[in-house]
Design a protein around this ligand. Structure first.
Ligand code: GLU
Length: 428
């Protein structure tokens, strides 16, 4: 992962500070995480040996509420990256106006190289390492790249175990019970059976779909007779689900998808059920029947109406921004476009729906999960999705209004809105 990802975030923050004439002191507050936690922790491997791993938890800003944000397992995770991601979480929660701050965690590991037992050991050991820093009203982690609901269940269980243990020490009582709201709302994105919310798995994708539909209403492709063509980079949880949602809406045709190894293209549309089967069978979309093989860079430059980067950072850069043909770019990944590329896209009149708005559906439903856990009342899928739709549409309208007010692109509009909302709380 590029080390400049946090610098890029600060460049963007600097531009927004100029735009809204932000006082230097506040800019300084927003330029650093409140707390940076570095951990090294042991994991028992299947061969009986202990291996040390390194992880982070960045607690960027808590002006609007407890820190909130996922945990990423990736071999290229760095403190720079996690710092940038935690900053974006603070901004994201402010854009959708939920009372949470920004945090993010990461562990340097290639989870594909671990057995299931080793992955569980790693997840539990990481929680032991950050136990003191997290909790329902302190810092609330969730899934991110390569972390699943099952991993959240292990982590949540480990947190509960430690919480009971710490209480026992204090109370020296053997049979000690703790209330659900003391531990259950600490992790979100849990499986439904373990206290998770209906709709959380698809929430990021569905949120993106809602804002895309709003953006189309405002764009020049709204009256297009033919289907709106879409290319999706990355078919992890978010990319796969948004491709599936779009493919099931007759206005859209998903013509290309990819994973980290390769991409596939069919001008008449990709069969998403087959993509899933292929991924389960071979671990990659490569070789899917009725498709033409393409590379990830070819996918980004396809002649489509909508491009959905749903993988990792720094995909649309100074090098390829000029060749992007899509009119709308829906950033489902965090930080897929560099500031240089942004300038080029803006000149070419492309509509970039920024990450902190486009992918905020995930954290929105995480917030719903936290609320449900806090008062042990669970909502139906319909209730969750109705509330999600309302939040995303309102956030899109707020961002659009802010961008129009300052006559800037949607990213600047979203950032300005977020910074203003965070600063308002800091001043209180
Ligand atoms: N990892 C997701 C994100 O980047 C979700 C965070 C959360 O639910 O807390 O938005």
């Amino acid at each position: 992962m590029a080390e400049n990802v946090f610098e890029n975030a600060l460049i963007q923050l600097g531009k927004v500070a100029d735009l809204i004439k932000l006082d230097k002191t506040y800019l300084e507050i927003l330029s650093k995480p409140e707390r940076a936690v570095y951990v090294n922790f042991p994991v028992k491997m299947d061969n009986g040996k202990i291996r040390m791993f390194q992880g982070f938890r960045m607690q960027y800003n808590s002006a609007r509420g407890p820190y909130k944000g996922g945990i990423r397992f990736h071999q290229e995770v760095s403190d720079y990256e996690v710092k940038a991601l935690s900053f974006w979480m603070a901004m994201k929660c402010a854009v959708v106006n939920i009372p949470l701050g920004g945090g993010k965690g990461g562990v340097i590991v290639d989870p594909k190289k671990l057995s299931k037992k080793e992955l569980e050991n790693l997840s539990r050991s990481y929680v032991r390492a950050i136990f003191d820093c997290i909790g329902p009203n302190k810092d609330i982690p969730a899934p991110d790249v390569n972390t699943t609901p099952e991993i959240m269940a292990w982590m949540s269980d480990e947190f509960k175990r430690l919480k009971v243990k710490s209480k026992k020490v204090k109370a020296t009582s053997k049979k000690l019970k703790i209330a659900d709201n003391e531990w259950l709302p600490t992790f979100t994105g849990k499986p439904i059976k373990k206290g998770g919310s209906q709709g959380r798995t698809e929430a990021t994708a569905l949120g993106g779909y809602f804002v895309l539909c709003e953006a189309i209403k405002k764009s020049k492709i709204k009256n297009q007779k033919s289907k709106i063509t879409v290319a999706v980079q990355g078919v992890g949880n978010v990319g796969y689900n948004i491709a599936k949602i779009l493919a099931s809406d007759e206005r859209f045709c998903v013509v290309a998808v990819s994973d980290s190894r390769s991409g596939v293209y069919n001008k008449d549309g990709i069969d998403l059920e087959k993509v899933m089967q292929q991924k389960e069978k071979t671990g990659s979309v490569s070789g899917l029947t009725d498709t033409k093989k393409i590379t990830n860079s070819e996918l980004l430059e396809l002649d489509v109406d909508v491009l959905v980067p749903a993988a990792i950072e720094n995909q649309i850069t100074n090098d390829n921004a000029n060749r992007i043909k899509a009119n709308i770019i829906l950033e489902m990944a965090n930080g897929p476009t560099t500031p240089d590329a942004d300038k080029i896209l803006y000149k070419k009149k492309k509509v970039v729906i920024p990450d902190i708005l486009a992918n905020a559906g995930g954290v929105t439903v995480s917030y719903f999960e936290w609320l449900q856990n806090m008062d042990s009342k669970y909502w139906s899928l319909e209730e969750v999705n109705t509330k999600l739709a309302k939040t995303m549409k309102k956030s899109f309208a707020d961002v659009w209004k802010e961008a129009s007010k300052y006559k800037v692109d949607l990213r600047m509009g979203a950032d300005a809105l977020a910074v203003e909302r965070i600063i308002k709380k800091i001043k209180k």
